[in-house]
Design a protein around this ligand. Structure first.
Ligand SMILES: [Ca+2]
Length: 472
């Protein structure tokens, strides 16, 4: 597997220094030292709608994500990390269960992930981990914000089902009584405090811990504290070359988006500082990622659920001083479905049977290891007219609408990284289109995807029109 050991040359900037008072005693520091010799703690930072491109360490000139860049500088940066189904609930169901929607039937937002699924926190609980979940869940049906009926193995809980109410946040712990985020406190700031409390308490235990912090941003409504809005001048944003136009409202949304990103970056800095104060940073695996991206006017599109890079591309950074060499970038394809088995691999826990992804822990640790030859992409229930299925290889992106017996997109990303030239319908690329169609069909068959039976068409031209919007 291709692994670039090149130095992470992007200037990550100086680490933010926080005078956070964690109140760590000698006893807790000793526990932190004890923890260093065993299985790693896992701090999984999941954001909502943070596209892969919106990081200074990924080349975005509009923002300085100082703390996240530092994670990349001290860990492994995935240059090709994707969401298999770039919308909330299907992504989260794959993350938790390690199985495709064709197995779980979680094709759409607001669907319940069955309590019968074996989920990642159950596997880690069974292996002796303290587990904890903070923030948005979105796997328990339509309730909003909603207490969650099935926590799927997460022991400590400070979460809610869905919604984005950043200035009047509400969550649940161990009862049906909602707890309000204190007046005037921006939700991620409060969630960060809860995360630090968990880390401090559980690091003092002999057991390793696994905490997932699920922030609701950078997601509309794009309201962020004034301090963060004031850091940006939206008139000076450098737009991606595949944005033909951006109206005032769209530019305002991008302004709020970056303000959310910057606020989250600061709060991630607070969490990392607390880990250090607790003596847990050496043997904690920190993962930073998102459920999907956001088009923000690229290709004339909004939001997600599309096959383009801005929608399917998500950041993935893994830092673990004791287990992952610092300052690396990998070009290996990595996607949602691989996360569960890979985290098991890194923690030395056997992967339960029936999981669809690959254990890519060899690649993460800087050794040779397996990674997928392609990322399987999907949006929509099999009986939906606009359901599309696709595949992202190291070089190409291909997607089609099986129920319309029509193609959608075909790009050569090596020569066309902004995906400005759809190759479908061009006679010189018919052979490539057929090859990609066959490859996608094979993936669908392996995933038990019912639409595989409808792939007997030649997708050599795009559909007459396409439209599938999703606002959550
Ligand atoms: Ca989402």
């Amino acid at each position: 597997m291709k692994l670039n050991r090149r130095k992470f040359l992007k200037a990550a900037g100086a680490a933010s220094v926080f005078s956070l008072s964690c109140g760590i005693g000698d006893e807790e520091k000793q526990a932190g030292k004890r923890q260093r010799s065993g299985r790693p703690n896992i701090l999984y930072i999941l954001t909502d709608q943070w596209r892969a491109q919106a990081l200074s360490c990924a080349g975005d000139k509009n923002i300085q994500t100082t703390n996240i860049d530092l994670l990349a500088k001290e860990g492994l940066f995935f240059a090709r990390s994707y969401s298999n189904s770039p919308v909330c609930t299907p992504h989260r169901s794959m993350l938790m269960s390690g199985r495709y929607p064709s197995r779980t039937q979680v094709w759409q937002n607001n669907t319940l992930l069955s309590p019968d699924e074996t989920c990642i926190a159950e596997t880690f609980s069974d292996a002796g981990y303290n587990t904890g979940y903070i923030g948005k869940w979105h796997l328990d049906g339509p309730a909003r914000p909603g207490n969650v009926r099935y926590r799927q193995g997460w022991q400590y809980w400070a979460g809610f089902n869905r919604g984005h109410n950043f200035n009047k946040g509400v969550y649940f712990t161990d009862s049906d009584k909602p707890i309000s985020v204190p007046e005037g406190v921006f939700e991620p700031v409060h969630q960060t405090g809860l995360a630090i409390g968990f880390i401090k308490e559980k690091t003092a235990s002999q057991k390793p811990w696994f905490l997932m912090v699920s922030f609701g941003g950078p997601h509309m409504p794009y309201t962020a504290p004034k301090k963060y809005m004031d850091m940006f001048n939206p008139e000076k944003f450098i737009l991606r070359p595949n944005v033909k136009q951006m109206n005032a409202q769209q530019r305002k949304a991008l302004h709020g988006y970056y303000a959310h990103c910057k606020c989250l970056d600061d709060n991630i800095g607070r969490i990392v500082a607390a880990l250090k104060e607790c003596g847990a940073d050496e043997n904690t695996l920190i993962c930073f990622t998102s459920d999907h991206g956001d088009m923000h006017s690229s290709q004339g599109q909004s939001y997600k659920s599309k096959p383009w890079e801005e929608s399917i591309g998500v950041p993935f950074i893994a830092k673990w001083p004791k287990g992952i060499p610092a300052g690396q970038t990998t070009d290996a394809l990595f996607s949602t479905i691989d996360i569960y088995p890979t985290l098991c691999g890194l923690a030395g826990i056997p992967v339960p049977d029936g999981k669809d992804g690959l254990d890519c822990s060899g690649i993460v640790k800087g050794n040779d290891g397996k990674s997928a030859e392609a990322v399987f992409l999907m949006i929509g229930e099999p009986d939906s007219k606009n359901a599309w299925r696709g595949i992202r290889t190291e070089r190409h992106t291909y997607a089609c609408y099986p129920n319309q017996r029509a193609g959608y997109v075909l790009y050569d990303n090596r020569h066309d990284p902004y995906q400005l030239n759809n190759l479908l319908g061009k006679s010189e690329h018919k052979v490539l289109a057929a090859k990609m169609h066959k490859m996608l069909t094979d993936w669908m068959v392996r995933a038990g995807e019912p639409l595989a039976a409808k792939m007997d068409f030649t997708a050599d031209k795009p559909a007459a029109s396409e439209d599938n919007e999703s606002a959550e």
